[in-house]
Design a protein around this ligand. Structure first.
Ligand SMILES: [Zn+2]
Length: 451
């Protein structure tokens, strides 16, 4: 096989650096190469764009709104499979990681640690038989561009199919964009339509579609799909007849099976968010703790077949009215708002406090309160009736749980420790199941009885 020489040219726009430096929201605190994986840790949630390019095979990850906490962390790695990994800052607000190597390398990225860690795993594709490498780079340049013709959307059960056609066969690059979830495809050497407006009815998976030119001066059509769910698989079939390309959006089956099981819905409301940090003690902000525990609770409820909605799944501000509006439009069986308590006047006061307002919520509050005391070593700070906005206006049994005092050292340890966070999630799951009068293994049976 012929070795390809690759030139990487990185342009820095130094002049812009100072003008835009203050807009960067996220910072990289560490980069590591471990077990054939690049591990990047950041302060805040990572928002990134992934692009796959061919000839030579590259994976490009742009971490948006991000810079390095310490420029000394900028590093290059060479993997065990002789993949080159370069990490550069792209002023004003991007960090770019380029993986470059052989075509028979599989690179997979995913977020972990509450979206604050990005892991990219490199593996050799064992099954591939090395064949003749065709050099089609020159072909691309000499051929005149084709034209985008149309885009047809077909909805089937559990699947949205998009068929794109052009005046010639298409080569493409795809991109996955997170926060918010989008899927983009660039049709190379295909001119975009003159009128990019598109008649489009939202599907269960796609909220909107935009078609345009990928970049000025480039004969590439970019189609961006705004996705309504983050658990979608996007598969492309480019072997259709008549210069067509099919994109299939489907729910990742593993998740779908869990969600479909019981028909029971729970809304979890992680308190505060965005500029509203909630209580703040010992370097911890309540909004983050609320979200971590809410996400753990979501996972735990989903594991027993319950459909779970979060009022927010990122660090964003949401008004109380919006939280109620989301909840009441879902019509859940249970609503729970997750909070951490705080007291300015005393650092000694500690314990769990559970609030309810309506009479139909009293039993739920009781089960939740008892279950937390049962699972977590924390004092009892009583069940209370209070008119908090979210529990007063939710149309279903609703509870606001103050899981402990952030202002107290002992409670704070419980709230910020991953193991006790799991215990809180387990306690709340047990309580919700008890309230709904279902045992874990009976969720499936209840579903059968409903039919
Ligand atoms: Zn709070």
């Amino acid at each position: 096989m012929r070795k390809k020489i690759v030139l990487l040219i990185v342009l820095f726009f130094y002049c812009n650096n100072f003008l835009f430096a203050q807009t960067v929201e996220n910072q990289i605190t560490s980069t590591n190469w471990e077990n054939n994986s690049l591990i990047i840790n950041t302060v805040n949630k990572i928002s990134y764009i992934e692009s796959k390019l061919k000839n030579p095979d590259r994976l490009i990850i742009d971490i948006l709104n991000c810079s390095f906490q310490d420029k000394k962390l900028l590093a290059n790695y060479k993997s065990e499979t002789s993949e080159d990994v370069s990490i550069t800052e792209q002023p004003p607000d991007k960090v770019r990681i380029i993986f470059i190597g052989e075509a028979s390398i599989n690179r997979k990225s995913y977020l972990s640690n509450n979206d604050r860690t990005l892991i990219t795993r490199i593996a050799r594709i064992e099954t591939e038989v090395p064949g003749e490498m065709k050099n089609d780079e020159t072909e691309k340049e000499t051929h005149p561009p084709g034209k985008f013709k149309d885009l047809i959307i077909e909805n089937e059960e559990g699947e949205t199919k998009v068929i794109v056609s052009a005046s010639k066969s298409m080569k493409y690059n795809t991109y996955i964009l997170k926060n918010p979830d989008r899927f983009a495809i660039d049709l190379l050497n295909i001119l975009p339509p003159d009128i990019p407006a598109l008649k489009f009815k939202p599907t269960p998976f796609i909220a909107g579609i935009r078609i345009g030119r990928a970049a000025s001066g480039v004969e590439t059509t970019r189609i961006v799909f705004d996705l309504l769910r983050s658990d979608l698989d996007c598969k492309i079939d480019s072997n259709l007849l008549g210069n067509k390309l099919e994109i299939k959006f489907k729910i990742n089956r593993e998740k779908q099976e869990v969600v479909k099981k019981s028909g029971i819905k729970v809304v979890i409301d992680p308190g505060h968010g965005g500029y509203d940090t909630g209580a703040s003690y010992g370097g911890f902000e309540e909004k983050d703790i609320n979200l971590v525990i809410s996400e753990k609770l979501k996972k735990s409820l989903e594991d027993v077949g319950i459909t779970v909605f979060l009022t927010r799944d990122e660090d964003s501000f949401l008004s109380l009215a919006e939280r109620v509006e989301i909840t009441n439009s879902i019509k859940p069986d249970v609503f729970i708002s997750i909070h951490g308590n705080a007291l300015v006047s005393s650092r000694v006061i500690r314990g769990v406090e559970t609030y309810y307002w309506t009479s139909q919520s009293h039993k739920l509050a009781y089960f939740i309160h008892k279950s937390i005391l049962n699972y977590v070593k924390i004092p009892d700070h009583y069940i209370r009736q209070a008119q908090f906005y979210v529990i007063r206006h939710a149309s279903c049994p609703a509870v606001l749980a103050e899981l402990g005092f952030l202002s107290n050292h002992e409670d704070r340890k419980l709230l910020t420790n991953s193991t006790t966070q799991d215990e809180y999630a387990k306690a709340l799951t047990k309580a919700i199941l008890k309230f709904l009068d279902i045992e874990q293994d009976r969720v499936q049976k209840k579903e059968n009885a409903k039919q």
